[in-house]
Design a protein around this ligand. Structure first.
Ligand code: FAD
Length: 387
């Protein structure tokens, strides 16, 4: 499915919007959908052309699936051809352990995100793609905020709304010109690396299995998504990427040393990278502004929490917006800080704990041996992460 903008830039600049949502990933698309359903005037701005590739493991956990069902999007996943996940396989230094998964689906971000945005458009949100939005530093008056809209690197106009949602992913580029939204980036943060390719031989990476190749300098996850496509996503130490002279070599080295199969197609595909992933926006809220999804912070991909967080934050912010439209006040800022913390803090604790363990070669080595012999022991951990 190819998306087209539902209005042009001039029309976007002419209107006074209730809400401008910056970024059409799961956080932005779900927020736009939920707000459009409340008959609000919503502009969803996206800098890329959809469908677009995004570095991601493409696995939706049970929490993400349940959230989508709650907002009436359960069918979207089957129509996207999402592949049910049944097993999780860890491989480290030639040893492996296979654990049964209690649920989950794999779907490419090209297809999933495009369908989410289409749902938001169907609900009445206006969509403007190939346009970067940048929040103007200060409130010009008490009742609205302005974003500059740029096409092909040139400022092409500006649009105003009573509330802005920054859902523009890692590093929140749309807030660059605003003071007070600094990010804390972990000094040992890994970089995300990803690629997607069509494969002929599916023996090594069968459908329904998440394959995780673990290495002292990072890990790479492979999963079959819809069609014949294999998705690869990795989180790798920056020094190791330098040492290997680039992300492609680093990924191949991780696969090789873990004992995972290297397919001929992997030598031809192009790998994309992200900013360092472990980061946090110190205050994900401001005057008439909510920050959500990866724009507010992200830890590490291993536990597959990212999209579930983005979706649930999109749903939660849509419940606060009507109050903000009626009367913006600082209580609302406190409410978002509390809501955001309630949605993420407990999970961050688990993710942080696992991320630390994964950096310890002896812990990984013992973990894989233990789960190889007693796969049932991993079940409570997997269940905890999945819900
Ligand atoms: C290696 C890796 C593997 C991962 N694996 C998984 C996984 O298996 N499961 C899972 O749930 N999560 C996974 N994640 C995390 C997941 O990808 C993110 O948490 C999720 O995409 C966050 O959604 P979002 O909507 O906040 O941001 P994004 O999906 O990043 O969307 C942000 C959007 O904003 C747009 N944008 C940026 N700047 C602007 C601007 N100025 N103006 C307009 N548009 C803009 C971008 O083009 C993008 O489309 C992984 C992440 C990495 C790095």
């Amino acid at each position: 499915m190819i998306l087209t903008s539902s209005l042009n830039l001039e029309a976007a600049c002419r209107q006074n919007w209730d809400v401008i949502v910056i970024g059409a990933g799961p956080a932005g698309a779900v927020a736009a959908l939920q707000l459009a359903r409340q008959n609000l005037r919503i502009l969803l701005v996206e800098r890329k052309t959809f469908p677009r590739y995004k570095v991601c493991g493409c696995c939706l956990n049970q929490r993400a699936i349940t959230a989508l069902q709650q907002i009436g999007l359960g069918d979207l996943l089957s129509s996207a051809g999402a592949v049910p996940l049944t097993q999780f396989r860890m491989q480290y230094q030639g040893r492996d352990a296979v654990v049964t998964l209690p649920g989950g689906l794999a779907v490419s971000r090209e297809v999933f995100d495009t369908q989410l945005v289409q749902s938001a458009i169907d609900a009445g949100a206006e969509f403007l793609q190939e346009t970067s939005a940048m929040l103007v530093g200060t409130s010009e008056n008490q009742t609205s905020r302005t974003v500059e809209l740029c096409c092909q690197g040139q400022t092409a106009g500006s649009a105003s709304a009573k509330i802005i949602l920054a859902a523009d992913g890692l590093g929140h580029p749309s807030l660059q010109n605003c003071a007070g939204f600094d990010m804390q980036v972990a000094p040992d943060s890994r970089i995300g690396v990803g690629a997607a390719f069509t494969v002929k031989d599916h023996a090594a990476y069968p459908a329904g299995m998440i394959h995780m190749a673990i290495h002292r300098s990072g890990y790479a996850g492979l999963v079959r998504v819809e069609g014949e496509n294999l998705n690869l996503a990795a989180a790798i130490d920056r020094d190791f990427i330098k040492q290997c002279a680039g992300p492609a070599n680093a990924v191949l080295q991780i696969l090789r040393e873990s004992g995972s199969a290297i397919l001929p197609e992997m030598h031809q595909c192009s790998f994309k990278g992200t900013l360092p992933v472990t980061r946090k926006t110190l205050r994900p809220v401001g005057d008439r502004l909510f920050v959500l999804g990866d724009a507010a912070g992200y830890l590490e991909p291993f536990t597959g929490e990212g999209m579930a967080n983005a979706i649930t934050e999109g749903m939660a912010v849509a419940q606060l917006v009507p109050e903000g439209l009626a009367h913006w006040n600082s209580t609302l800022e406190q409410k978002w800080l509390r809501t955001h913390a309630a949605l993420t803090d407990d999970r961050l604790f688990w993710c942080r704990w696992l991320a630390r363990l994964l950096r310890s070669p002896s812990a990984v080595s013992w973990g894989v041996r233990l789960f190889h012999l007693f796969p049932g022991m991993a079940r409570p951990i997997v269940a905890r992460l999945n819900h």
